[in-house]
Design a protein around this ligand. Sequence first.
Ligand code: AMP
Length: 116
Amino acid sequence: MSEENCIFCKIAEGAIPANKIYEDELAIAFHDITPQSPTHVLIIPREHLESLNDAGKGDVALLGHLLWLAPKIANQLGMAEDGFRTCINTGADGGQSVFHLHVHVMGGRPMTWPPG
Ligand code: AMP
């Protein structure tokens, strides 16, 4: 279901452009517009969920699908072997800025821990 004024819903619908690299019936993946690593992709569900806080038990398969896609996409982009980071920011303190659930997949350089 589309949420009015949600930029990621608009990307999922094709109403605004994105550099898409994958799509299926449940999810799409596209390059982040402000990459924080040499390769930085977002995987989003087509369905509008604001964040992990809004995922219910009925969304368990969808959440699994998003995580299952991460290494597939990392492999497609040539970073599965060296490694990559997946990250889901939730809410203000989690650093979430776009309130449509998304999985960051980042690679192409060594990551540090802990994140800022
Ligand atoms: P977060 O801070 O976890 O909510 O991440 C939101 C991400 O969406 C940020 O990394 C932004 O750079 C990215 N972003 C925002 N608008 C767009 C867009 N139109 N196309 C691609 N990435 C976007």
